[in-house]
Design a protein around this ligand. Structure first.
Ligand SMILES: [Zn+2]
Length: 402
């Protein structure tokens, strides 16, 4: 007989010991975003693990990503492959579940091992962010597949290798998989160790502006030069003036320049913006273009614009709010109290929301101190969160509407 989707039955069906073992093994593999070999090992392990589910597993090549060097040259940045599982793609109602296999800890970082902090807490790289979350996806789906009604819906799982550096090599893939889905769940750790979810998020964008002037002797013929540092400084003041209540602008670095007796012909300006709304994001984009055009004309320099908003703001619309309400209601059925709060952080949930698909993006484990050597994961939350997701999917498959 098939186990039913009753909350307690879901909890009982989950193998918490297996979950913990897998998370310990996965966290022991270094998957810093630049560690292509480590990511490749991890992608293979994930592909094997997710093969236990119905559907096809595929490892997808990263999209080409370029950056600008301090000398103003564009170069390619290597990335790892992404894992995609497609289950019942013909189903009418389909979901997408996403996570990332990379961590912020490079291969030569001292924080590489998993240890116990107390009876129910482990400390280790990527335990909360988010190998624990990846494991929650796996076991939630294994449990979901055992219940009546699962066969009526389909889903895709996407695990990228570059979330921590902005998902530049997986952004297109995320958007492609999100489009047309009924709902999305992303497995970042909870916003607080008590399980509180992240609600609305602002967006973020990173820019590199290369300015090419003309060099000349600083004493002999400075009038023939076009000073790239002066032009970059003018630009800094103009973009800083675009900051407001709904957007922050942070000019972060100017590279380039030359010797004291030379009019510098090169400057690279790097800056970050954090728009709180789509309107602020679009307004900045237009203003930046206008500022670049006048700098170009007034300083007689060449300008190359690289980068832009990689994470659009994530407002919570009515449909997304209904998904939050459903998660809360499923939590209550399982004896879990679930709340939410806005956050300044960004994640792939921003990009999913931009496609118009409702998303809750902190469905992963309870934990904290992420991006630091104190990162911890609360072990009982593995089973708890897997049951929560299985219950949410069960209800979305058997009648609940958003
Ligand atoms: Zn993360």
């Amino acid at each position: 007989m098939k186990p039913d989707s009753a909350p307690q039955a879901l909890l009982d069906a989950i193998d918490a010991d297996a979950m913990l073992r897998e998370v310990q093994d996965w966290a022991a593999i270094n998957t810093g975003t630049a560690n292509i070999a480590g990511l490749d090992t991890m992608a293979g392990i994930l592909a094997d693990a997710f093969s236990a589910l119905p559907g096809e597993v595929e490892l997808v090549e990263p999209a080409t990503v370029t950056a600008i060097s301090g000398e103003g040259r564009e170069f390619e940045k290597p990335h790892g492959r992404h894992m995609v599982l497609r289950v019942r793609p013909e189903a009418e109602r389909r979901f997408v579940l996403t996570g990332h296999m990379d961590t912020v800890f490079p291969a030569d970082h001292p924080f590489q091992e998993v240890s116990w902090l107390d009876d129910e807490t482990i400390n280790g790289p990527g335990t909360a962010d988010m190998k624990g979350g990846l494991n929650v996806i796996l076991h939630a789906l294994k449990t979901f597949e055992t219940i009546e009604g699962a066969e009526r819906v389909g889903y895709d799982v996407m695990i990228n290798s570059d979330e921590e550096t902005g998902s530049l090599a997986s952004r297109g893939l995320i958007e492609e998989l999100a489009r047309g889905k009924y709902a999305a769940l992303t497995y970042e750790p909870s916003a607080l160790p008590d399980g509180t979810l992240a609600h609305a998020r602002g967006g973020t964008g990173n820019y590199s502006i290369t300015i090419h002037g003309r060099s000349a002797h600083a004493g002999r013929n400075p009038q023939d030069g076009r000073n790239a540092i002066v032009a970059a400084s003018d630009l800094v003041l103009r973009i800083a003036a675009l900051a407001g209540d709904d957007i922050t602008v942070n000019p972060a670095k100017i590279e380039g320049g030359s010797a004291n007796n030379v009019v510098p012909d090169l400057a690279v300006l790097r800056f970050n913006i954090r728009p709180k709304s789509t309107e602020a994001m679009n307004r900045f984009d237009g203003e930046l273009d206008r500022a670049l055009a006048s700098i170009k004309a007034e300083h007689e320099v060449g300008i190359h614009r690289h980068g832009g908003v990689t994470r659009p703001p994530k407002p919570v619309d009515a449909k997304a709010q209904r998904l939050f309400d459903l998660v809360k209601s499923c939590g209550a059925e399982l004896g879990q109290t679930i709340g939410w709060q806005p956050t300044g952080g960004v994640c792939d949930g921003n990009n999913i929301a931009a496609t118009g698909v409702p998303v809750v993006d902190t469905m992963g484990v309870r934990g904290g101190a992420i991006h630091s050597p104190d990162e911890f994961m609360i072990v009982p939350s593995l089973r708890e969160r897997a049951a929560l997701s299985a219950r949410v999917l069960a209800r979305l498959s058997t009648g609940d509407h958003l």
